[in-house]
Design a protein around this ligand. Structure first.
Ligand SMILES: C=C(O[C@@H]1C=C(C(=O)O)C=C[C@H]1O)C(=O)O
Length: 189
């Protein structure tokens, strides 16, 4: 039961949210959107430098950090790693899309180049926050129907509120595809 919510705020399908967020998965998807947005900065830091979008050494470090922190936070490490693999894929979707856009329309390319170091520190902080949200939403995420309802509400409202374009919506779909599959695969991929 969510703390602070009256007992009758909970329905069988779990579709009632709080006044603040329309969905109990709102805080998790908001962090996912924040990570997707940081991918724009990552792309800006790499574009035109010859640095590849994909850095497998860094990815391995991110996933190792996830595995260690998940254990400490009491989150299933395999679930956490699968979720973060999706976050990494989503980040690369955004970066590839922006590289293509900026190559085709150089006038839209960023005029400043942020440092990748501080951006990665920001991503590391998001890792900790995301793991905490995975922990806090564990119970709901193991109820497939309620979870899918909450996820649709959270991603739908987040995409509208944050005015995500087609590219960033595609990234959001990829980044949230394993949120509700922690215990009961739907058989669909
Ligand atoms: C975000 C970056 O780009 C890619 C995506 C990563 C991620 O989402 O954590 C990690 C390494 C890169 O393959 C980066 O280089 O830091």
């Amino acid at each position: 039961m969510a703390t602070g919510a009256p007992a009758n705020a909970e329905t069988v399908s779990g579709t009632v949210g709080t006044a603040k967020s329309p969905s109990r998965l709102g805080p998790l998807t908001d962090l996912v959107i924040e990570r997707i947005r940081v991918s724009d900065d990552v792309a800006a830091s790499k574009f035109g430098t010859g640095s590849p979008i994909e850095d497998s050494v860094r990815e391995a470090q991110v996933l190792e950090q996830v595995r260690n922190q998940a254990e400490a936070a009491g989150v299933n490490p395999d679930t956490a790693v699968a979720f973060f693999q999706d976050q990494i894929t989503a980040s690369k979707i955004v970066q590839k899309g922006l590289f293509a856009r900026w190559t085709a329309h150089p006038e839209e390319a960023p005029t400043t180049r942020p440092d990748l170091g501080p951006i990665r520190e920001q991503l590391d902080q998001l890792t900790t926050a995301l793991l905490q949200e995975l922990k806090d939403t564990e119970e709901l995420r193991e109820r497939p129907i309620a979870c899918m309802v909450q996820l649709a509400l959270a991603t739908g409202s987040g995409a509208v509120r944050e005015r995500l374009d087609t590219l960033h919506r595609e990234a959001l779909r990829t980044a949230t595809q394993s949120v509700c599959r922690s215990s009961e695969p739907t058989g669909r991929r």
